[in-house]
Write a protein that binds this ligand. Structure first.
Ligand SMILES: [Zn+2]
Length: 393
């Protein structure tokens, strides 16, 4: 392909993973990125297969019935029973999947020189993450079983409504409550850049609370930027790793892309799609639960069946949601090009992103179709060339 650096062929495939070139991914870096992404994908698939198998064995071999009996004794009432069961199951699940968390979240990142995190720091993040999971999953499970007990045949519709409202709340508090648990957020010191970025936000009618620097660099070398929250919590977040490595026009381009998501209401559209898919998944799980477990749906013993139903439904529908997401990403790129009017800056920003994040610029089309919610960087760069041609530049 035209975007492939021409010295790739001479690079021995055994080249040791070196520090990623922060500017451009080329030569050995291309192969290193491919190996990194392949390992991550296999780890992910292995974990997925393991979780599905473990849930099935736990349920069908009678483990869940025993845990439910224990939870009933310890929990006294229905709420307590759900709490005991869910805490035990999440703790067991986290312990069993710890090898994957470690290899994907710590070992691999260090092996490919992408991490700045100490082992102690990683463990602390895992602990905090587990605590958050307990709280959020606890709330969701209590709500699901309360609705199962109270609303009968339409429990799945009520549950979908609850889950949608809950995810709205989580999105609202994300930049002010959840992200600060893991990363320091500070107002962007560079006032001229902040003013420029806020003005750009104003251009698309996005009122933002401010432009914030997020201290990713304590943990990772990877660059990232986001537009998080909504209403009174909406803010622009720029990774310090991005700020350090990207030029002002490149940062403006990244922001223009994020603003495009705002302009096209992608956050709300995703919320609606999420709500429909949640309802669909719960409805399908309802059928599957009735077929396997019979009528006693509100019995916590059948939670692994519900989890399996939702997981399988998610797996089946994920290529659709990812195709939708890639489409939105192309549209956001185009909008960003229209806003910044500089295809060269777009291309250099994409190449830097690939270099800094060790992204495979040209993943296998099947891998891209099944697993990527962003188009391949080579395709995004090709779109920028297409845009340039519309100008006759
Ligand atoms: Zn995007």
């Amino acid at each position: 392909m035209a975007n492939e650096p021409d010295n790739t062929a001479q690079t021995p495939p055994s080249a040791a993973p070196g520090p990623p070139n922060p500017n451009v991914l080329e030569g050995a870096g291309v192969l290193t990125a491919k190996r990194y992404e392949r390992l991550k994908l296999w780890l992910h698939l292995g974990e997925l297969a393991f979780v599905v198998a473990a849930l099935a064995v736990f349920y069908f071999a009678g483990g869940s019935r025993l845990l439910a009996a224990f939870a009933r004794q310890l929990g006294h009432n229905e709420w307590g029973t759900v709490a005991v069961y869910v805490v035990a199951m999440l703790a067991g699940g986290s312990l069993l999947t710890l090898p994957w968390s470690y290899f994907a979240g710590f070992h691999l990142e260090h092996r490919f020189n992408l991490s700045n995190q100490t082992l102690a720091g990683w463990i602390w993040d895992e602990v905090k993450g587990f605590a958050l999971t307990l709280v959020f999953m606890g709330v969701v499970a209590e709500a699901v079983y309360a609705l199962l007990r109270a609303t009968g045949a339409w429990w799945w519709a009520w549950t979908a409504a609850f889950m949608t409202a809950f995810s709205l709340l989580l999105n609202f508090i994300l930049p002010v409550v959840i992200i600060p648990i893991f990363y320091k957020l500070t107002k962007l010191e560079d006032e001229s850049l902040a003013a420029k970025l806020s003005a750009m936000a104003g251009q698309v009618g996005a009122r933002v609370v401010g432009v914030f620097r997020i201290a990713l660099g304590e943990k990772t070398k990877k660059a990232n930027a986001a537009f998080a929250g909504f209403g009174r919590t909406r803010r622009i977040l720029l990774g310090d790793t991005l700020l350090a490595n990207f030029s002002a026009p490149e940062i403006e381009l990244v922001l223009a892309h994020e603003l495009a998501h705002f302009h096209f209401h992608d956050i709300w559209k995703n919320m609606v799609i999420g709500a429909v898919l949640t309802a669909g998944g719960l409805w399908a799980s309802d059928l599957w639960l009735r077929a396997v477990a019979g009528g006693d749906l509100a019995n916590i013993e059948h939670l692994p069946l519900l989890a399996l139903g939702m997981m399988v439904f998610g797996l089946i529908t994920s290529p659709l949601t990812r195709a939708w997401s890639r489409r939105a990403e192309y549209r956001a790129d185009w909008f960003a090009l229209e806003m910044t009017r500089d295809a060269a800056v777009f291309e250099s920003a994409m190449r830097k992103l690939a270099g800094q994040n060790l992204a495979d610029m040209e993943p296998h089309p099947v891998v891209e179709f099944l697993f990527h919610d962003h188009p391949a960087l080579s395709k995004r760069i090709a779109k920028a060339s297409e845009w340039r041609q519309t100008l006759g530049k």
